[in-house]
Ligand binder design. Structure first.
Ligand code: C2O
Ligand code: CU
Length: 472
């Protein structure tokens, strides 16, 4: 399928999801969707079926594809036994559409619905997920692709890869292992049991602690590695990979054996094209990369510090794809690209300017059993915000005083990573390795109350969040 056909096909797909188009001929065309949050039985392949919470019965949720500048109107219908919301990860949209309970809206009660409506400001690879409790570790997430007719990108087809760590509904015959029970167990026992070894000496850019939760499965596009999705191409095609880490407690290294990926974007924003043999993505992070396929190859996502892997098979000219198992150890021994070290393209770099305000976020924990404070306090909205004023250039100093890595995410803005020799990538989520400090700058141009938090679902639930509040 060439790119034009793909876009036409995806437009048809969006059509089947859409309930209508723009209601006003003068307004830019819009996309209208419905996300029905519901209890579903989902087939993850390989004989694994789980009862979980989904949007529209599928994991990942239906791909949402909108053109930059269009209006997205998304009605979330809550058929769950608990309140829920939808957050549009990475989008700089009005605060009241951000989907964060207490800070930006009341959570949507069971049997109620809420309509999110906003113009999408920036092209790129984004995603949506529930922002209530541990719901992001169920099936309540979907890729959100913002296209740009003018991006002039040079590729034949797109391949969206949504990575996840999966436990929900896998707890044996009773099938009741849900993320709330996982959190309760973490709180009861303090820390997790050691992960079984992976049998190799890996490189450890994020330290030796891979996470707090032991997952039975790692998924690409909702499929277990023993029964992966297969995607067909013809030799010589250039494929744009759009990779999303939707995991809750797992960073992944993504690689294609003996294939150089040219990384072109992170967190939606363009970077100077950079070759990489593997890319490291923390929870919430994204990368886009171009690859030329000339033979059948697996795309492998190796969980950092945890045994196992996730997989999608690229099949070229109908030839079988070689098994991935033997390449997993090789990937573990390599040094993966950290997307924070990429350089933003000139058109999206922040104008050079000294910060008006510098705020420290000291990441701590675990303390008192299983809590993860920032600056010694636990997330407690709407209390304890960090004040900023509109128009300021704000520096966040992310100071990791723990032995674990934390992907730190800021809502409503795309910051710029401060490098030792000058500015680096524009991002909305950045990995902070154990005992490391990462500095990021953003321009305070989107008033509201914006949560900034660790994108480990369990760390956030155990307190690792705060928010910036525009004052004055
Ligand atoms: Cu991906 Cu607070 O969100
Ligand atoms: Cu964390």
């Amino acid at each position: 399928m060439d790119r034009r056909t793909f876009l036409a096909a995806s437009a048809l797909g969006a059509g089947s999801l859409a309930l209508g188009c723009s209601r006003d001929a003068a307004a830019p065309q819009g996309v209208e969707i419905s996300l029905d949050a519901q209890l579903s039985d989902v087939d993850l392949g390989g004989g694994v079926t789980v009862r979980t919470w989904t949007w529209n019965g599928v994991v990942p949720g239906p791909e949402i594809r909108v053109q930059r500048g269009q209006t997205l109107r998304a009605t979330v219908v809550n058929s769950l036994p608990a309140p829920t919301t939808t957050h549009w990860h990475g989008l700089a949209i009005p605060n009241n559409m951000d989907g964060v309970p207490v800070l930006t809206q009341d959570a949507i009660a069971p049997n109620a619905s809420f309509t999110y409506e906003f113009q999408v400001p920036d092209a790129g690879t984004y995603w949506a997920h529930s922002h209530v409790g541990t719901q992001a570790d169920r099936g309540l997430y979907a890729p959100l692709i913002i296209t740009d007719p003018e991006d002039g990108a040079d590729y034949d087809d797109e391949l969206v890869l949504v990575l996840d760590d999966w436990i929900d509904g896998t707890g044996g015959p009773s099938g009741v292992t849900d993320p709330d029970q996982v959190l309760a167990a973490l709180k009861a026992t303090g820390m997790h049991a050691m992960e079984p070894g992976t049998g190799v000496t890996p490189t450890t850019p994020l330290g030796s602690d891979g996470g707090d939760v032991t997952y039975p499965y790692f998924l690409v596009n909702g499929r277990v590695s023993t029964d992966p999705q297969i995607v067909d191409y013809t030799a010589g095609q250039r494929i744009r990979l759009r990779i999303v880490n939707a995991g809750s407690d797992t960073a992944f290294r993504v690689a294609i054996p003996d294939t150089t990926m040219t990384v072109t974007h992170t967190d939606g924003y363009p970077t100077e094209p950079t070759p990489a043999s593997s890319v490291l993505l923390g929870m919430g992070e994204r990368a886009d990369a171009i690859v030329t396929v000339d033979r059948s190859v697996p795309v492998v996502a190796v969980p950092e510090g945890k045994p196992g892997h996730a997989l999608l098979n690229i099949r070229v000219d109908g030839k079988p794809t070689p098994a991935a198992d033997s390449v997993v150890d090789t990937i573990r021994r390599e040094i993966p690209l950290d997307t924070a070290t990429l350089h933003a393209t000139a058109d999206v770099a922040l104008p050079g300017r000294a910060p008006d305000l510098s705020l420290d976020l000291r990441l701590g924990g675990p303390v008192n059993g299983y809590t993860w404070p920032i600056n010694g306090i636990l997330y407690d909205p709407p209390n304890n915000g960090l004040e900023v004023a509109e128009g300021q250039r704000v520096r966040l100093r992310l100071v990791n005083e723990t032995m674990m890595f934390h992907p730190i995410h800021l809502h409503g803005h795309t910051f710029e990573v401060v490098g030792p020799d000058g500015p680096l990538a524009r991002k909305d989520t950045v990995l902070v390795a154990p005992m490391a400090t990462v500095e990021v700058d953003f321009d305070a141009v989107n008033p509201g109350k914006w949560i900034t938090h660790c994108h480990n679902t369990y760390h956030l639930e155990a307190g690792m969040g705060t928010f910036v509040a525009y004052v004055g």
